[in-house]
Design a protein around this ligand. Structure first.
Ligand SMILES: Nc1ncnc2c1ncn2[C@@H]1O[C@H](COP(=O)(O)OP(=O)(O)O)[C@@H](O)[C@H]1O
Ligand SMILES: [Mg+2]
Length: 554
């Protein structure tokens, strides 16, 4: 029997479940398309047209029925507007990861098998009732024989096996779909499944989470604003993670938060700053900083938990983001387009003209908006949506960054609506710029970027000649001039705003990238453009004055 068939029969029962559950919710046409009818035999499904719910809702219902793996994949998809339509992301974000806890007997068994000692040998006390239960594992309080208070995260029995089986089935389905349908090939479905497989495999390996925790502990060793629990490696394996118990109040616990009388605005600011430090300075960031994973001490220090998913910004991505940054700063749509395309994987027949048009439309929306009004997460999400429309595949890290921004903005709007994530981000962008302005770094990148600089400089004369035009008109009619001047100043304002926006968005996006940014912003554009702007405005005012005098209408 060929291997693929073997696999299908190895997981016969689960495979049949998957196919029939999807069939029940109106997706049986898929299996007919790919010739996988053996699991449908003898079953009659209501035709899709007769089902009342939308496709997205039916998909969510099927996913809920199919359990952990599918729920996890569905949750990942809900943060990927670059992969699925917007309505689907909305529907899939309703997927809940809440499940009843598993029995203490299983907890004991799991710990004893993993650590090779009895529970009593390992702990002087162990709370049978979990603090929290999720689909992969649950968390119990315990005390070591040395008296250290700990929490033990214990993986559900069989969950690794279940996830492995489901992923194999998903791989097989993706392969068949790619073989039989154009859309699956277009979306590189198999690569996508592989990517989700990586994420889930990391999540079910607690060694990975423990290592992440150690990395963040090291990165924040001297930082008084944040606390990270210590991992007890002697009590940790792939399926059991033991760490220091931290007594603090969860950000979701508004009642106790109120009683504690901490400055919520300050706490939220700290949280955002801490995440930006991870992005801009460390290059490793918490992928899921939602309020359930954050605690607060009475003195305002925060505690981060749950490091199953972290984003890493590597050098290659930095480079690509860097190109994008240049493009953003120069406000050169063609260059943005190019960097957009190099950042992601675009289909060869992409309609560049329309894509450029859409990018311009997005730019216009933010043009002239005050920094504090710009929603960073939303802006990044829009970027992802454009990517979806044009079937451009963006790096997962980028989408993780967008997700983190959306989560932080959610926390701001709930707990401290007076704050703006964009404003909190700005100094990080500037700081980065400063730090990247070292001679070596400049030397390395300057030659590489000469071409792009040329483009920026190239557009300068045109802008100047536009100004000249305005001024010429001014000579004819002084009243009109006033308006033009105002318009010009307005434009200047807009220009500064959109540049500020670009700087922060792009550098954030990048996370790092920067030199380029350093050069672009500080030397080329930042000082000069603003100053040139003032000089030109001054000159115009003068010119205007002269023309008004000349026109004799003063
Ligand atoms: N070090 C800790 N100290 C105190 N409570 C903790 C600690 N780690 C986890 N918890 C509690 O357990 C819950 C679940 O832990 P978490 O690591 O977020 O797991 P999950 O991946 O299931 O969300 C947390 O929300 C928190 O209430
Ligand atoms: Mg959690």
């Amino acid at each position: 029997m060929p291997m693929k068939l073997q696999r299908r029969y190895k997981h016969f029962h689960r495979y049949r479940d998957v196919v029939q559950t999807l069939g029940k919710h109106g997706f049986d046409f898929l299996f007919k398309q790919i010739g996988l009818t053996e699991f449908l035999r003898g079953r009659k499904f209501t035709p899709e047209e007769e089902l009342e719910d939308s496709t997205a809702k039916r998909l969510r219902l099927a996913i809920e029925e199919l359990g952990t793996t599918f729920i996890k994949v569905g949750q990942l998809l809900s943060t990927r507007p670059d992969l699925i339509p917007k309505e689907w992301t909305v529907e899939l974000s309703k997927l809940q990861d809440e499940v009843p806890p598993f029995s203490f007997m299983d907890v004991r068994k799991q710990i004893e098998t993993e650590l090779g000692h009895t529970l009593e040998d390992l702990f002087s006390s162990f709370e049978a009732e979990p603090l929290a239960a999720a689909s992969i594992g649950q968390v119990h309080r315990a005390v070591l024989h040395g008296g250290e208070e700990v929490v033990v995260k214990v993986q559900r029995p069989d969950i690794e096996e279940i996830i492995k089986t489901d992923l194999e089935i998903l791989h097989d389905l993706a392969r068949l779909l790619e073989k039989h349908t154009d859309w699956a090939t277009m979306y590189n479905l198999r690569d996508q499944v592989m990517e989700f497989e990586d994420i889930l495999t990391n999540e079910v390996n607690y060694l990975n989470e423990g290592q992440n925790l150690d990395i963040f502990r090291r990165n924040f060793k001297n930082d008084k604003r944040v606390y990270l629990p210590e991992v007890y490696w002697d009590y940790t394996t792939k399926k059991v993670l033991t760490m220091e118990y931290v007594k603090a109040v969860k950000l979701t616990d508004s009642e106790r938060l109120d009683k504690m009388d901490v400055d919520t605005g300050q706490v939220v600011t700290t949280l955002c700053e801490v995440v930006f430090k991870q992005i801009f300075v460390d290059g490793v960031f918490h992928g899921d900083p939602h309020p359930g994973n954050v605690m607060v001490f009475p003195d305002g220090r925060i505690v981060l938990m749950d490091f199953g998913i972290v984003g890493v910004i590597d050098d290659e991505l930095k480079e690509k983001f860097g190109d994008m940054l240049i493009a953003q700063v120069s406000w050169n749509t063609e260059a943005i387009l190019r960097s957009f395309l190099s950042l992601g994987l675009a289909p060869p027949d992409i309609n560049r003209r329309e894509l450029r048009h859409d990018i311009e439309r997005m730019q216009h929306k933010y043009y002239g908006m005050p920094l504090s009004k710009i929603k960073l997460g939303e802006a990044m999400k829009e970027f992802l949506e454009i990517a979806f429309d044009y079937k451009i595949k963006l790096p997962t890290e980028f989408t993780l960054l967008a997700k983190a921004m959306i989560i932080l903005e959610g926390i701001i709007s709930r707990l401290a609506p007076q704050l703006s994530l964009m404003e909190i981000a700005e100094p990080f962008g500037k700081d980065l710029t400063r730090r990247r302005l070292t001679f070596d770094y400049l030397k390395k990148t300057i030659s590489k970027n000469l071409q792009e600089y040329g483009e920026i400089l190239g557009s300068l004369p045109r802008q100047l000649s536009d100004l000249m035009n305005i001024m010429e008109h001014g000579q004819f009619k002084a009243t009109l001039e006033h308006k033009d001047l105002r318009e010009f100043l307005n434009n200047l304002n807009h220009m500064i705003n959109r540049l500020a926006f670009s700087i922060v968005l792009a550098s954030l996006i990048v996370g790092l990238s920067l030199i380029v940014q350093g050069i672009e912003h500080s030397i080329l554009w930042r000082i000069p453009l603003a100053e040139i702007g003032f000089i030109v405005a001054g000159a115009m005012g003068f010119w205007l004055l002269i023309s008004i005098i000349r026109s004799g209408r003063f």
